[in-house]
Design a binder for this molecule. Structure first.
Ligand code: ADP
Ligand code: G6P
Length: 465
């Protein structure tokens, strides 16, 4: 391995995915999801190396430079892709950590693959990191890496950040490998969570299920300390706002409104197609508002875009079919011959198009059943011009802890969701402005730069030996 780095990010995903077309041509595309959206500006600023998987199984790719930092691709075989990524990461940990909104599956072969792949990432980090460097490990796919890396390289400063919720004790205890995961995380000097409740869940588990001593927010692990604290993640607020104000995006927003036939009100949903995002409930609630005549399809459009995600995992296949059916039924029963009331696209879009959608949305409807943070909510607040937009936000998104002036809903309560969506549309403009002003203040003062500075500043202080 060439050149060592002083700062290393280790994440399952790289910022870009390698896409091989049918004719064999290779392309790189921005990877899906909030982790990449958040970390990519951090890496551009910090420089260093990003270690991760490039999204194509059974392919080995050489290290390369991207946006001024080094990208170190880690290969996965097809069977590791199935067992470590689709299996243990996304059919065991993902549902378990999201309040079991889908049933987690436990398979010993999946766990074995998780251990093997975590070791591969740890070994790569050990090779890439310079003497005394800072290594920042990311998310649920790599919870064993901190301990494995510490054993290989005790000289490193190791941080870990969990982008998704950390479950309540009663749920975590279902995991047959619970103790090993806790010990894996305790290899870090600092473990960051999205919200304080998640850090408290972690510390409670360590207290009751391991022999380590705890004082306030830290755990004594042999002769060192592991701290656990909340660091709510954010976005490049200025970057998003500037993009939304660019002439290209303003023109694209206009073209989008032309396509939609200039409705009086645009409701917007933006998600990865994931069962944690509450899409079934959201589509049903808004569908009922149309059916009951409380929303007029001639005046209101519900634009929902959903990026394809984890498409071979059973629960995701079921979700895709359910949403196709539900949207089709509502549109065929309600629509006239023109534009349907629900415009649904199962696709990923360039960031400029997302910004154009945020610009034209009168109400963003962000209603996950459980979400670590939810960056879409923050992107909408950053991009929507002026202060007359409205954000409907689930109480169960980490973002609700900060965006308190949003129209908060319980996404399991369909009647509540219907009432709140209507209120967000119909409230006097002064009320909407008051809320939006407060939301804008929040995202302007709590940016991704501040998040990274807080975490890395604490990591440096706390791991000083
Ligand atoms: P998650 O990380 O679970 O996917 P977040 O809301 O935190 O959820 O982050 C999602 C990210 O993916 C955001 O940056 C959002 O802009 C982006 N995104 C979501 N849906 C789409 C889409 N259809 N096309 C392009 N980007 C999308
Ligand atoms: C969430 C997770 C990330 C993940 C992203 C996209 O944001 O926290 O770790 O990268 O979803 O999911 P994928 O499985 O496509 O990487």
């Amino acid at each position: 391995m060439s050149e060592r780095a002083r700062f290393v990010v280790v994440a399952n995903r790289l910022p870009v995915d390698r896409i091989v077309a049918e004719d064999g041509t290779v392309d790189w595309r921005t990877s899906p999801g909030g982790l990449v959206t958040a970390l990519e500006p951090v890496m551009r600023k910090q420089g260093g190396a990003w270690i991760g998987w490039h999204g194509a199984p059974d392919e080995e790719v050489e290290r390369f430079t991207h946006d001024g930092y080094s990208v170190v691709p880690i290969p996965l075989t097809s069977s590791e892709f199935e067992e470590y990524y689709e299996g243990f990461s996304n059919a065991t940990l993902w549902p378990l950590y999201h309040d079991t909104v889908a049933f987690p599956e436990f398979h010993r072969e999946w766990w074995d693959a998780y251990v093997v792949v975590n070791r591969r990432f740890a070994e790569a980090a050990a090779e890439v990191a310079d003497e005394g460097a800072t290594v920042w490990v990311q998310d649920y796919q790599l919870q064993l890496v901190p301990q494995m890396l510490r054993e290989l390289r005790p000289d490193l400063r190791i941080g870990f950040f969990l982008h998704i919720p950390f479950p309540p004790v009663e749920l975590f205890l279902q995991l047959p490998w619970r103790r090993k995961i806790l010990e894996g995380l305790l290899g870090a000097d600092l473990v960051g969570f999205q919200v304080a409740g998640a850090a408290a869940n972690f510390l409670r588990l360590v207290r009751t299920r391991t022999d380590h001593k705890i004082e306030r927010d830290h755990v004594r692990v042999g002769d060192r300390l592991c701290h656990a604290k909340a660091y709510p993640i954010s976005i490049d607020t200025e970057g998003f706002a500037a993009l939304a104000e660019s002439p290209e995006v303003i023109a694209e927003a206009q073209a989008l409104l032309d396509d939609l036939g200039h409705p009086k009100t645009v409701l917007l949903g933006v998600d990865r197609l994931d069962y944690t995002k509450g899409l079934r409930q959201r589509v049903r609630a808004i569908g009922e508002l149309f059916e009951e005549g409380r929303l007029d399809p001639a005046e209101v459009v519900f634009l929902q875009v959903a990026t394809p995600s984890r498409e071979r995992v059973e629960e995701y296949k079921r979700l895709r079919d359910d949403i196709d059916l539900l949207v089709g039924r509502i549109n065929s029963e309600l629509g006239g011959v023109g534009r349907p009331p629900i415009v649904y696209r199962h696709a990923g879009f360039p960031r400029a198009t997302m910004a154009a959608m945020y610009r034209i949305a009168d109400v963003a409807v962000v209603t996950p059943l459980r979400d670590g943070m939810n960056l879409v909510a923050k992107e909408y607040v950053a991009c929507h011009p002026g202060t007359d937009g409205a954000l409907v936000l689930s109480e169960f998104a980490g973002a609700a802890k900060e965006l308190k002036q949003a129209y908060l809903v319980n996404p399991y309560d369909l009647n509540d969701m219907k009432d709140v969506v209507l209120r967000a549309i119909e409230d006097p403009v002064e009320e909407r402005r008051r809320r939006m002003r407060a939301l804008k203040r929040q995202v302007k003062t709590h940016t991704i730069d501040a998040w990274a500075d807080n975490f890395l500043g604490d990591l440096e202080k706390l791991s000083r030996r």
